[in-house]
Every structure is written in C-alpha cells, then in structure tokens.
Ligand binder design. Structure first.
Ligand code: DGJ
Length: 376
C-alpha cells in the first residue's frame, strides 16, 4: 500500500513537471507561462472575474526602444495565480501615425477594472505620446466587453483641468509674486510646490498624470491615483459612474513627497498605500501610508520592507496589490524588477503582505505559496 502511494505521488510530481506547472511564487526569477515563455506583462495589474484572474501589463521587447509600446498591452489568465495562460495583446498599438497610441508611444502601468453598471471592462494607463519623452504625462482609457479584449481606445486626458482639489486653501489659488524665480529644490521652492505652485501652473491645461493605478472601493466608486506635478505629488481623483472620465472631485497626497508607483488596498476599513521614490528604472526604498478615508489625511508608516534588500524594495518597484479572492486579509504585493537594457527580461517580485499592528510588512521569500498566509 505504502509502495503504491509512493508510486502515485511520484507520478503526480512527474506529471505536473511535464505539464510545466508551477505550485509556488519564485520572486525575481523568470516566470514561465503555460507555453513555457517568460511572462510579458510589466507594470501590471489584475482583475478577477468568474473564478479567473486576468493579469494585464506592458508588453516589452528585447531591443532598443523595448520600453516603448511596440505591441500594446498583454493579458494572461489564471485560476490559481501560479500558472498563467497567454491571452494575447488585448490593446493593440495602432499603425496610424496620427493615433495617440501609435506604435512607439509609451504605454505604462495598465490597470483594468470592471464596471457593474455598464458591464464593461475599463482600462486606464499612463500614456506618453510618441517621440515626446515623458512630457505629455497623460492618463488614457480604453474599453472592452470582455476581459480578454479587444480593448477599444477611447481618449487620453490631463485630469482635472480648471478644477481645484478639495481642501485647497483659497489663499493658494493665486501665485505669490516672483514665484517663477525660485531656484528648483531650494527649501523655498519645495514650500512653493507644497503650496500648489505646480497645480496652479497646470490648472488651465489639466494636471500631469504619470505612474498610476485605479482602485474600486466597496461602494463601487473608482479612483485614479497618479503621480502628478512633475512626479512630486500624488493625486487621487474620483472617476465618473461609467469609470470613463472624472467627476472633478480630487485631492493631493504627500505634496512634494516625490512618490511614484502607487499601489493601494483596503483592510478592515482602512486604506493602505505602498509607493516608491523616484529614481527612474533603478530601485529605491518603498514607502507606506494609511488613512481612514481615501481623501486622507494619509499617515506615513515608513518603509514596509524588512531584512536584507529592504532599502531597495528587494530590487523592485511596486505596481499593484492583489487581494486573493475569497480570502480575508490575503494581499499580494506585486512589483517589477526592471531591466532597462533588455526590458523583456524584466522579472516580477510578488510577496505576501503581513502586518505588524497597523503597519504592512514585506519580507523576502526565495519561494512561497498561498499557505504562507495561514502561518504565523
Ligand atoms: C519609473 C516608473 O515607475 C516607471 O513606470 C517608468 O516610468 C520609469 N520610471 C521610467 O524611467
């Protein structure tokens, strides 16, 4: 009997090996899809629908310009979070050189949410127009009837044109004299940024929107959270009921705090955000925040990472926080280990979020699975 059991167990291991099946997360290492190819969905985000997780991310290429959009946004599907099937490019770049999403533009950090009222899948992403570097700083939106696309490009926008944020001190609506003459990065300049100098600068044309995420709250209201004001300040902007535009209600978070890569989740009615600093493709120390309301005030909780590699977020940068479906308090921190010289080789760092009282904590695992959440 014992022998038979061992034979069956060995066959199962062999079978799953032949099927190329994963049964754990191995952060920072190449992660093969069900075809045996390294997953190509960088700066990604995940939506869950009818028992399936859909992971959307930037399709990167190997050569020069691999960080620009040569194909578009790729999608993978999975039922267990370990094994992912390639569902193809769901938002395609366009051939038309006049299109905002023409091949060679920059498409970053795509995030998809489902709108219960319209039954549509809505994708928001950071768009930079072709050959303009990171100057355009636009938020773009596309829509689909199904999670597997095709997503139809709708428009890009500089959010909240002509609208002041909530709680914005009336005295800061007019620029003080000689403000433009302040030297960048001096204490006076930093104070001016905190007091809304860059909000005023971009008031008529709309606020800059670079690194971003979207979040759907328990009441189905959705928010775009993005690095604005030359990446110095995060903005949180409420989306319209169809999730395709803005209501005009928005706030600033951590003015002059220099945060990128926002990722958000909610636990026991409290909102938590994990962000990075701004060092291009190089990693830096993550930051974490908590708030009772999406509108703040957000309290800084410091670096959530502990142990070796903590000061560089284990050589990665946040992109999304995934709640494991059907499980209370199981949150996965998703991050990218960028490879700017060969972007397609960028890897993924997924780690379980643990808590130390009110503070989210991330520690390194060479290998882990969802049972980690059941262990103390
Ligand atoms: C860091 C951002 O988080 C990435 O999404 C990308 O925009 C790089 N900067 C570009 O340097």
């Amino acid at each position: 009997m014992k022998f038979l059991f061992s034979v069956v167990a060995a066959c199962c291991v062999l079978f799953s090996f032949c099927l190329n099946e994963n049964d754990s997360f191995i952060p920072g290492k190449p992660w093969k899809d069900t075809d045996g190819i390294h997953i190509n969905a960088h700066g990604g985000g995940i939506v869950f629908m009818d028992g399936v997780y859909y992971w959307y991310g930037e399709h990167k290429t190997a050569g020069r310009g691999g960080n620009t959009a040569q194909e578009g946004v790729r999608c993978y599907s999975s039922k267990d979070l370990y094994n992912w099937k390639n569902e193809g490019i769901v938002l395609k770049v366009e051939k038309n050189p006049d299109s905002e999403i023409t091949k060679g533009c920059i498409i970053e950090r795509p995030k998809v949410i489902f709108n219960k009222k319209t039954r549509k899948y809505v994708m928001w992403f950071h768009l930079e127009l072709k050959n303009q570097g990171y100057e355009a700083a636009r938020a773009a939106v596309a829509i689909s009837n199904t999670p597997k696309g095709p997503f139809k490009y709708i428009k890009s926008i500089r959010p909240n044109k002509g609208v002041w944020p909530i709680n914005f001190d009336a005295k800061f609506k007019l620029a003080p004299a000689n403000e433009e003459e302040l030297k960048s990065w001096t204490p006076e300049w930093m104070t001016a940024v905190k007091n809304g100098m860059l909000v005023r600068r971009d008031f008529d044309m709309g606020q800059m929107s670079r690194d971003m995420t979207v979040y759907v709250d328990d009441d189905d209201k959705a928010y775009l959270i993005y690095s604005s004001e030359d990446n110095l300040t995060l903005h949180i902007a409420e989306l319209s009921d169809d999730y395709l535009s803005f209501t005009g209600k928005w706030t600033r978070m951590e003015p002059a705090g220099h945060n990128e890569a926002p990722a958000i989740f909610k636990k026991d009615g409290i909102y938590y955000m994990i962000t990075s600093g701004c060092t291009g493709w190089d990693p830096n120390a993550a930051r974490s925040f908590r708030s009772k309301s999406i509108w703040g005030p957000w309290k800084s909780l410091g670096n959530p990472c502990i142990g070796k590699g903590a000061s560089l977020t284990f050589h990665s940068q946040s992109t999304f926080i995934l709640q494991v479906q059907g499980e209370k308090d199981q949150f996965i921190f998703m991050a990218d280990r960028w490879k700017p010289d060969k972007p397609i080789d960028g890897t993924y760092v997924w780690l379980p979020i643990k808590f130390n009282k009110e503070k989210p904590v991330l520690k390194w695992y060479d290998k882990w699975d969802l049972d980690v959440f059941r262990k103390k």
